[in-house]
Design a protein around this ligand. Structure first.
Ligand code: ATP
Ligand code: MG
Length: 390
């Protein structure tokens, strides 16, 4: 295969906007391949900043910070979808930025995101935009019960209120300070899946095998691959939709699309993330190439390959709650030694010193020879850690 002229080779520095755990795992992948890294994040103890060659400690829109990041980086990516799209546009004046600010801007706004799904011929939940009291008053009863979601800046179930009646809807919009929202009809979910694709500068798209995701309190709790409940028809439709959505944004990098599978077998797109995703963390230990490595390959112009799942697996999110067993008032370290005594367990902690409830502190991937074997060990690990059975 001939490598394109403008490929950015190992030895160069790759820049990342955002210093969270996704940035940290990206930095690990980039460094393993011989790249240097620069992370821009204001937090002196950010998970990615702690492991990067360079850590630029400024706000996302700080002129000097952005100038420095552009100066040292051969190409730049983002690990956080709420990085202001203007910051990415500014960087793109002098450096290749993947994904582009224009694609991130679509993903940052639930209304634009849903419009994009529809434009691609991909179904999403019935919904309506609420930006004014008139729009609120005009909401059709068909959308209730529903979930009121802020159009911007929501994650892990934050910025969402479940509303059964019109009165609850009115009170809910007040509670969300009357910011721009999307009201989505509550759908009868059979289960949830996600697809992670990577698209190169040349338009080639590859995808990981579909993941099945269990959420608890709006936060991802468990990912299982291969997805136990999916039919061939559902997975083919999800792959085709994800490819179409990526291509239509002229996307470069890793993109995750979350889907709901309904009780009647229909599949609807929920939301997308313009970056590696929590439901793809298992790819580090269970696939021959991880989602983070594919992000490196896509942004540098290196070849993409169709990833292969070499081991059935489950991924358990390790939330800060686990550091407070029972009703402990002081933080206690979970019994990692007991978990690591189980074969097939792969522990990832993000270097966050302060555990808080619902804070993502790390994840545990369990690989096994068969799906049943992986599940059995994952349930044992969950019992040790105080995670409810699944
Ligand atoms: P993320 O951390 O994935 O960005 P988020 O805060 O953006 O999460 P959503 O993905 O919109 O939130 O919703 C979180 C979860 O709430 C979904 O995975 C699903 O379990 C449930 N949910 C959301 N919308 C609906 C709906 N319309 N009908 C039924 N369940 C829903
Ligand atoms: Mg979600």
């Amino acid at each position: 295969m001939t490598i394109k002229m403008d490929v950015i080779l190992p030895g160069a520095t790759l820049g990342v906007m955002g210093g969270g755990q996704l940035g940290r795992m990206f930095v690990h992948a980039a460094q393993a391949m011989g790249y240097r890294t620069a992370v821009l994040d204001a937090d002196a103890t950010s998970p990615a900043g702690l492991v990067s060659h360079e850590h630029i400690q400024t706000a996302y829109l700080d002129e000097a910070g952005l100038t420095r990041l552009a100066q040292v980086s051969a190409a730049i990516t983002t690990e956080f979808e709420n990085v202001p799209a203007q910051a990415l546009d500014k960087l793109a004046e002098t450096r290749p930025v993947a994904p582009a600010g224009s694609a991130v801007a679509i993903c940052q706004d639930r209304a634009r995101e849903k419009a994009h799904f529809v434009a691609c011929g991909v179904d999403c939940a019935p919904h309506a935009l609420i930006e004014t009291p008139e729009q609120l008053a005009a909401i059709s009863d068909d959308l209730l019960p529903g979930i009121l979601k802020t159009a911007r800046l929501g994650y892990d179930g934050k910025g969402q209120i479940r509303v059964k009646t019109r009165d609850e809807l009115i009170a809910g919009w007040d509670e969300l300070n009357r910011v721009g929202c999307v009201l989505e009809k509550m759908l009868p979910l059979a289960y949830e899946v996600s697809v992670i694709v990577a698209r190169g500068r040349d338009g080639q798209v590859v995808h990981f095998p579909l993941q099945q995701n269990l959420h608890r309190d709006g936060i991802l709790a468990v990912t299982t691959v291969p997805a136990p409940n999916v039919t061939e028809a559902v997975s083919q439709q999800a792959y085709a939709s994800a490819h179409k959505i990526a291509a239509s944004m002229n996307y470069v990098g890793v993109l995750c699309i979350e889907f709901f599978v309904l009780a009647d077998g229909r599949i609807v797109a929920n939301e997308m993330a313009p970056r590696p995703h929590n439901s793809g963390h298992h790819t580090i230990d269970a696939c021959d190439v991880s989602q983070f490595e594919l992000q490196v390959r896509a942004m540098t112009g290196l070849p993409l390959v169709e990833p292969v799942l070499h081991s059935p697996c489950l991924m358990l999110n390790l939330l800060g709650d686990l550091w407070f067993p029972g009703d402990a008032t002081t933080q206690q370290e979970p019994d990692w030694a007991a978990v690591l005594a189980l074969s097939g367990t792969h522990l990832h902690l993000y270097g966050k010193t302060e555990a808080r409830k619902a804070r993502k502190m790390g994840h545990l991937t369990v690989t096994g020879a068969t799906p049943a074997a992986a599940r059995e060990v994952a349930l044992k690990a969950a019992a040790i850690l105080g995670i409810a059975p699944f």
